[in-house]
Design a protein around this ligand. Structure first.
Ligand code: IMP
Length: 410
C-alpha cells in the first residue's frame, strides 16, 4: 500500500485552479484552453452563463458561457455543483459546438447538485435591477435570483428535475437530452484524483466580483476565488496543487461599481479599441484603466496565487507611457489594506509608478529575452511588487501566442 502511494506521489499529476485576479475578462478562456492540452479534465465550479470565455483557434472563435474551455482540446468537461445552469442556453451552446465539429458526447458531465436557472430568475434579475437605487449592472441572466433560491432552499437542482420534470414545466422538452449528462460529479472528480488525472478548475468572473471579498454590492452572487473550487466541485483543499492568477496587463470592469484606476480619457478609449474590450455575454463596452497592483496583492492573499499569467500585454504596444498603481491614498493617508466600503473606494487616489512604453510589436518575441527592455521592466516590476513569479505572458489572442517562463505542469 505504501509503495502504491509512493508511486502515485512520484507520478506527477496536478490539480490547478485558474482564477481571474481582477473584475473578470482577464482572458481565462484562452489560458485554460492552452493549459488543458496536458489536462484530462476541466471543471467549472461557480457562476453560470453570466460568464463568457473566448477561445480563438485559427479562424474559429468559440464563445463559451457554460461549458469549460477544455472542450476546445476535446477534454472531459464538468459542470460542478456550484454552477447554476440555464438549460436552453446550455443546449444551444452544445449545438453551436457541434456545428464547429466539437462533440460533447461522453465528454460533458453535469453535477446532479447544480441548480437550474429558470425564466422566473431572469425576470426577477431584470426587475430588481430596475428598482435598485445602486445599480449593479448585472448581466440579466438570472444568476443572483437563482443563487438566492438555492440559499433559501427553494431551488431546483438537476437531480430534482430528473426525478420530476414537472418541477419546471417550461423545460420539460429538454428532459431527455439533459438527463444523459447528469451524474454524481463529486464522486467522479474524487475518483479521477485517486487515479492521478490532471484537472483544471476554471474560475469564472474575477476576484473583485466575489460575493464576500469583492467590491460589494457591485459583485456577482457566487464566490469566485480559488477556495470556491473546493465547495463548488466537492473536492478537498489538500488536492489543490497550484493556483494560477490571470492578470490582464491593464484593468477592465464591466457593469457598475468603483474603479480607482479607471481612465475616462483617450487612453481609456484606446484600451477599449485596441483590446476589443466589449463583453462576451452582453456586448457591453468594458471600462478600462491602468494595471492596479494594490488590487493584485489582495488577490494574491485571498487566492494563494502561486504564479501569474499576464494577458494582453500586446494591447499596450503603442503607448508612450504606462502607469501602474502601487497603492491608494484616502484622506491624505496611504491605505494598508483593500477597503471594504464602495464609498471609500470611489474616493481613493491611486498612487502611480510610471513606465516607458516599448512602442513596438511583440509579434516575433518567442522568449522573455526577446521582449523589449521596457516590457521586461514592466513585467519584472509586477513580479517584484507582488512577490509572485510570472509563468506565462500572453502576447496575442491565438492559442500559441504565449511566452512561457515556467511550465506550470512541472
Ligand atoms: P451578475 O453576475 O449577472 O449578477 O452581474 C453582477 C456583476 O458582475 C455585474 O457587474 C456584471 O457585469 C459582472 N459580471 C458577471 N459575470 C461577469 C463576467 O464573466 N465577466 C465580467 N463581469 C461579469
Amino acid at each position: 500500500m505504501l509503495k502504491f502511494r509512493l508511486l502515485l506521489f512520484l507520478a506527477i499529476f496536478m490539480n490547478i485552479v485558474i482564477i481571474g485576479s481582477q473584475w473578470g475578462d482577464e482572458g481565462k478562456g484562452k489560458i485554460v484552453d492552452y493549459l488543458s492540452e496536458k489536462a484530462e479534465i476541466t471543471v467549472r465550479f461557480q457562476g453560470g452563463n453570466n460568464a463568457g470565455h473566448t477561445v480563438i483557434i485559427g479562424s474559429d472563435i468559440f464563445k463559451l458561457h457554460h461549458i469549460p474551455s477544455g472542450i476546445c482540446q476535446n477534454k472531459i468537461c464538468v459542470l460542478g455543483n456550484g454552477v447554476v445552469i440555464n438549460l436552453p442556453f446550455l443546449i444551444t451552446e452544445i449545438k453551436q459546438l457541434q456545428e464547429k465539429g466539437l462533440s460533447v458526447k461522453d465528454k460533458l458531465f453535469i453535477s446532479e447538485k447544480a441548480h437550474i436557472i429558470t425564466q422566473k430568475h431572469q425576470d426577477i434579475d431584470k426587475k430588481q435591477e430596475e428598482n435598485r437605487s445602486n445599480k449593479v449592472g448585472t448581466t440579466g441572466k438570472g444568476i443572483g435570483p437563482c443563487y438566492t433560491d438555492k440559499v433559501s432552499r427553494f431551488g431546483v437542482r438537476m437531480i430534482d428535475f430528473i426525478n420530476n420534470k414537472d418541477l419546471i414545466p417550461e423545460y420539460s422538452q429538454y428532459y431527455d437530452l439533459i438527463k444523459s449528462f447528469i451524474i454524481d460529479t463529486t464522486y467522479f472528480l474524487n475518483k479521477a484524483i485517486r487515479e492521478g488525472k490532471n484537472i483544471i478548475f476554471e474560475g469564472a468572473q474575477g476576484t473583485f466580483l466575489d460575493i464576500d471579498h469583492g467590491t460589494y454590492p457591485y459583485v456577482t452572487s457566487s464566490n469566485t476565488i480559488s477556495s470556491a473550487a473546493c465547495t463548488g466541485s466537492g473536492i478537498a483543499p489538500k488536492h489543490i496543487n497550484k493556483v494560477i492568477g490571470i492578470l490582464k496587463a491593464y484593468t477592465t470592469r464591466v457593469g457598475n461599481g468603483p474603479f480607482p484606476c479607471e481612465l475616462n480619457n483617450d487612453i481609456g478609449e484606446f484600451l477599449v479599441n485596441e483590446g476589443k474590450e466589449f463583453g462576451t455575454t452582453t456586448g457591453r463596452k468594458r471600462r478600462c484603466g491602468w494595471l492596479d497592483l494594490f488590487m493584485a496583492n489582495y488577490a494574491v492573499d485571498i487566492n494563494g496565487i502561486d504564479y501569474w499569467v499576464i494577458t494582453k500585454l500586446d494591447v499596450l504596444n503603442k503607448l508612450e507611457e504606462i502607469n501602474v498603481c502601487i497603492g491608494y491614498e484616502y484622506e491624505n493617508k496611504k491605505l494598508i489594506s483593500y477597503p471594504s466600503l464602495a464609498n471609500i473606494l470611489e474616493n481613493v487616489k491611486p498612487i502611480y509608478k510610471k513606465f516607458n512604453g516599448w512602442k513596438t510589436s511583440l509579434e516575433n518575441c518567442k522568449t522573455f529575452k526577446d521582449l523589449p527592455i521596457e516590457a521586461k521592466e514592466y513585467l519584472n516590476f509586477i513580479q517584484e511588487f507582488t512577490n509572485i513569479p510570472i509563468a506565462i505572458v500572453s502576447i496575442g489572442p491565438e492559442r500559441n501566442q504565449n511566452i512561457v517562463l515556467k511550465d506550470i505542469w512541472s
